[in-house]
Design a protein around this ligand. Structure first.
Ligand SMILES: *Cc1c(COP(=O)(O)O)cnc(C)c1O
Length: 379
C-alpha cells in the first residue's frame, strides 16, 4: 500500500525570490500602490501585448472597474455565461446593470456563442466572455455575433498567459480582467489586473480605482501641494499594494514555465485517463494555448458512482477535488432575485452536477500525478 498522501486541489508555488521581493519592499518603506505596482502593470501589459494595464485589488474589483469605466449602469444588460464563478455576474449587479445569462458549451465549458443572438436586444451594453479554467472563449464566433457597439469585457481571471490563434488572452476584447487569487495561474494573495488598448478607458479606470481622484493630464504640471486632487466621479479604493505587486512581478516571470509544466501534465492526464469511459476529458481545441488553471473532467451518468460519491472517495485517499464552478442562475440569490427555473440552462446545470476539478498545479510531483490516475482507475 502506498503511503498516505494529501494532494490539495491547488497550492501556490513560491520560492526564495518572492520572499526576497517582499522583504525588499518592506525595507523600502513604501508598501501601498507605488513603484512596484507600476512595474507589475508594465510587465503584465508587455507579456499580454496590450498597451495599458491597471492593477486592482482583485479580479472581482477589476470587473467592477471595467464595467464602471465603460459606463455600464442601470437599465443596461450585460451578457454573461451561466457557468462561471459568481463574481462575473456579481460585478454586473454592483454596476447596477442586469446580467443576462447564456448557456455554455459541453466540452469547452465556455459561452455558447450560437445562443448569444437570442440574448441580444437594444439594452445590451456589454458581453463578458469568460476564459474558463484557462481556455479562451471562442472570440472569433463571438465577434461575428456581437454588434460593434456592444463592449466586450474578457473575464480572463483564469487565463493569464493563455492565447487563441496567437492572440493573448486580454488582447481580444475592449477590456480584460485578470485575477491573482491563489487558485489562479499566478498569485499575489488577492489581486487583479485590467488590460485595455484604449488610453481613455485606462485613465478612467485609474481614477475610479483611487477614490475618483482626478489625475494630472499627461504632460501637465502636478497640482500644487496646497491642494488635494479634485474628485469629480464616485470612485473606490480598489488598489493593489506594492507588497502584492512585488510578489506578482516574481510570479509573472515564472508564468510561462508554470504553464509549460501544467500543459505537459494536462496532456498526460488526458492520455492516461482516456480509457475510463465514464470520465470525459476537457476539450483541447487546436490553435488554443490553454493555460490549464484547472483540469476539469465530467463524470458521466453511467459512472460506477455519482460525482459527489466519487469526490468523497477520492478525498478519503487524500485527493482533493472540487465541482468545476457555479451555475450562477441556480444560486439562491439569483433564483430569488430573477426567478430562474432549474432547467433554464441545461448544460450549466449538468456541469454543476457532474464536473470535477482534479489536482493540477505546480507543486505536484510525478508521483502525485500517478497516484491520482491510479486512484481513478481503481473505480
Ligand atoms: C476567480 C474568478 C473571478 C474573481 O477573481 P477574484 O480575484 O477572486 O476576485 C472572476 N471570474 C472568474 C471566472 C474567476 O475564476
Amino acid at each position: 500500500m502506498s503511503a498516505p498522501r494529501s494532494i490539495p486541489i491547488s497550492r501556490p508555488s513560491f520560492s526564495d525570490e518572492e520572499w526576497q521581493a517582499v522583504r525588499e519592499t518592506l525595507e523600502s518603506g513604501w508598501i501601498i500602490q507605488g513603484p512596484r505596482v507600476k512595474a507589475f502593470e508594465e510587465a503584465f501589459a508587455r507579456r499580454h501585448r496590450v498597451q495599458h494595464a491597471v492593477a486592482a485589488s482583485s479580479g472581482t474589483t477589476a470587473l467592477h472597474l471595467a464595467l464602471q469605466a465603460l459606463d455600464v449602469g442601470p437599465g443596461d444588460e450585460v451578457i454573461v455565461p451561466a457557468f462561471t464563478w459568481v463574481a462575473t455576474a456579481n460585478a454586473v449587479l454592483y454596476a447596477g446593470a442586469t446580467p443576462v445569462f447564456v448557456d455554455v458549451c459541453e466540452g469547452t465549458y465556455n459561452i455558447d456563442c450560437a445562443q448569444i443572438p437570442a440574448a441580444l436586444n437594444s439594452r445590451t451594453r456589454a458581453v463578458i466572455p469568460v476564459h474558463l479554467f484557462g481556455l479562451c472563449a471562442d472570440m472569433r464566433s463571438l465577434g461575428s455575433v456581437v454588434p460593434a457597439e456592444v463592449r466586450v469585457i474578457e473575464d480572463a481571471a483564469c487565463a493569464a498567459g493563455a492565447a487563441c490563434h496567437g492572440t493573448p488572452a486580454g488582447a481580444q476584447g475592449h477590456v480584460a480582467c485578470f485575477s491573482f487569487h491563489p487558485r489562479k495561474s499566478i498569485t499575489t494573495g488577492e489581486g487583479g489586473m485590467i488590460l485595455t488598448a484604449d488610453p481613455a478607458v485606462a485613465r478612467r479606470i485609474r481614477q475610479l480605482r483611487n477614490h475618483g481622484l482626478r489625475e494630472a493630464e499627461p504632460g501637465a504640471l502636478p497640482p500644487p501641494r496646497t491642494q488635494l486632487a479634485e474628485v469629480d466621479v464616485l470612485g473606490f479604493n480598489y488598489r493593489l499594494t506594492d507588497v502584492q505587486a512585488a510578489i506578482g512581478l516574481v510570479q509573472l516571470a515564472k508564468l510561462d514555465q508554470f504553464i509549460v509544466e501544467r500543459a505537459e501534465w494536462a496532456c498526460w492526464y488526458a492520455r492516461e485517463l482516456a480509457d475510463i469511459p465514464w470520465l470525459r476529458m476537457p476539450d483541447r481545441p487546436d490553435h488554443y494555448d490553454h493555460a490549464w488553471q484547472s483540469f476539469v473532467v465530467v463524470v458521466a451518468e453511467d459512472a460506477p458512482l455519482l460525482r459527489d460519491d466519487l469526490m468523497a472517495r477520492l478525498q478519503e485517499k487524500g485527493i482533493a477535488t472540487r465541482p468545476g464552478t457555479h451555475a450562477i442562475p441556480e444560486l439562491a440569490y439569483y433564483r430569488a432575485r430573477f426567478g430562474f427555473r432549474r432547467d433554464q440552462f441545461p448544460v450549466a446545470s449538468r456541469l454543476l452536477a457532474r464536473s470535477m476539478a482534479i489536482p493540477l498545479h505546480n507543486r505536484m510531483t510525478p508521483d502525485d500525478y500517478r497516484y491520482v490516475v491510479e486512484a481513478l482507475h481503481a473505480f
